[in-house]
Design a protein around this ligand. Structure first.
Ligand SMILES: *Cc1c(COP(=O)(O)O)cnc(C)c1O
Length: 396
């Protein structure tokens, strides 16, 4: 039997998913990236600068914390990988640091990005300030109204936030307008995508930058458990970048059970959810063939999640493939279950998680563990940004 394949192939495919479905005008940009990303990111000088910034600027390695009370509650040995302690409060900065170093080596002077809730926009604005590069972030006009603090954070950091006024004035429209800008400014501008989505080579490139998460986990598990392999790794999945990073170095080790947690919203039968593996079918979204929620005639279905970071109608092609071949188990939890798990973690461990992350926490209730099972949950971000949502929900 052939060994299952987890990495991307040279055409940018993970099994039947992936590729680069882009307008012809973008070929030169995507080609340049595809030809050079592996060579550039493996240069010693790149790695030196990347590792130094991850250490001294982001604050890596992030701790792997043994959660004693949570472990007692669930009857397993539970560890939290503390990405919430990264500078700017989540894993997203691992990727934006990597991409800005790459952009510099490609000779680009300007950065563009799109953002929905604003978290990727803030992580991008941060690294642009750090490097003294000009930055424009496209954001739906409606999202700008809903996510005012992040808009102002980006502005304080010196980024120009550009309202997208087409369509529903949300993430999809911001993405379209950022793409249009890139088409018109191909030579001086790099487009920083914030998750393992988009045309090849973005999914693979972002996964590699985030892979530092599982690389550290292995080292830390050797120290704490005498064995690099946990029994389970849990991560929430929006586009899938924190999950890709948390799974990456365990993919070939079939005895490690990998669990991706999607947003069930108001329930997967409610018509208001973002549970792509439960509801999606193959199609093309944002430049790659992947699973996405769509109507019978192929219109993208508007997703819903209480968490802005999981409110996305697709998943990255790598995850679509891992779902397809059964390497990753996907489950979903509702808005309410996630909110309860967020408050529970706050009271059990004194850590208020991002609501995205609270989904990963809530999934623990769907599993029966042995008391010796080593379970790692990727704590993708902190809850400061979500205070309004906690307050509105109110049940604490
Ligand atoms: C953006 C975000 C996510 C979702 O994005 P992925 O690419 O799926 O990781 C999850 N958690 C936090 C804290 C986020 O900010």
């Amino acid at each position: 039997m052939n060994k299952p394949r987890y990495e991307v192939d040279t055409q940018g495919y993970y099994g039947q998913f992936g590729g680069a479905y882009i307008p012809e005008m973008l070929y030169p940009n995507i080609e340049a990236l595809r030809e050079r990303y592996l060579a550039i990111t493996s240069e010693p000088s790149f790695q030196q600068e990347f590792q130094a910034l991850l250490r001294d600027y982001v604050g890596r390695p992030t701790p792997l914390y043994w959660a004693k009370r949570l472990s007692e509650k669930h009857g397993a040995r539970i560890y939290l990988k503390r990405e919430d302690l990264c500078h700017t409060g989540a894993h997203k900065i691992n990727n934006t640091i990597g991409q800005i170093l790459l952009a510099q080596r490609l000779g680009k002077q300007k950065i563009i990005a799109e953002t929905g809730a604003g978290q990727h926009g803030v992580a991008t604005a941060t690294v642009c300030a750090l490097m003294g590069m000009e930055c424009m972030v496209y954001m739906g006009k409606l999202d700008m109204e809903r996510q005012r603090p992040n808009v102002e954070r980006m502005r304080i950091l010196g980024t120009q936030v550009v309202p997208a006024t087409s369509g529903n004035m949300t993430l999809k429209d911001a993405t379209n307008e950022a793409m249009r800008h890139w088409i018109n400014h191909p030579t001086d501008t790099h487009y920083i995508i914030g998750s393992v989505v988009g045309p090849h080579p973005y999914p693979d490139m972002v996964a590699r930058f985030q892979a530092v998460i599982s690389e550290e986990m292995k080292r830390q598990l050797i120290e704490k458990e005498g064995n690099p392999f946990p029994d389970y790794v849990f991560a929430c999945v929006g586009g899938g970048s924190n999950a890709a990073g948390a799974f990456y170095h365990f993919l070939a080790d079939e005895h490690v059970q990998l669990v991706g947690v999607e947003a069930g919203g108001r329930g997967i039968d409610s018509g208001e959810s973002a549970a792509t593996t439960a509801l999606g079918k193959p199609g093309v979204l944002h430049g790659s063939r992947t699973l996405l929620m769509q109507t019978d005639d192929g219109q993208v279905v508007e997703p819903h999640s209480i968490s802005a970071g999981l409110d996305y109608p697709g998943i990255g092609p790598m995850h679509a493939h891992l779902f397809d071949i059964g390497r990753v188990t996907f489950v979903n939890v509702t808005d309410d279950e996630a909110m309860k798990a967020g408050v529970a973690l706050s009271r059990t461990e004194g850590i208020i998680p991002a609501i995205e992350t609270a989904h990963a926490m809530a999934a623990l209730d769907q599993f029966e563990f042995d008391k010796d099972d080593v379970v790692v949950i990727n704590l993708s971000g902190r809850g400061d940004k979500d205070l309004e949502t906690y307050i509105k929900w109110g049940q604490y």
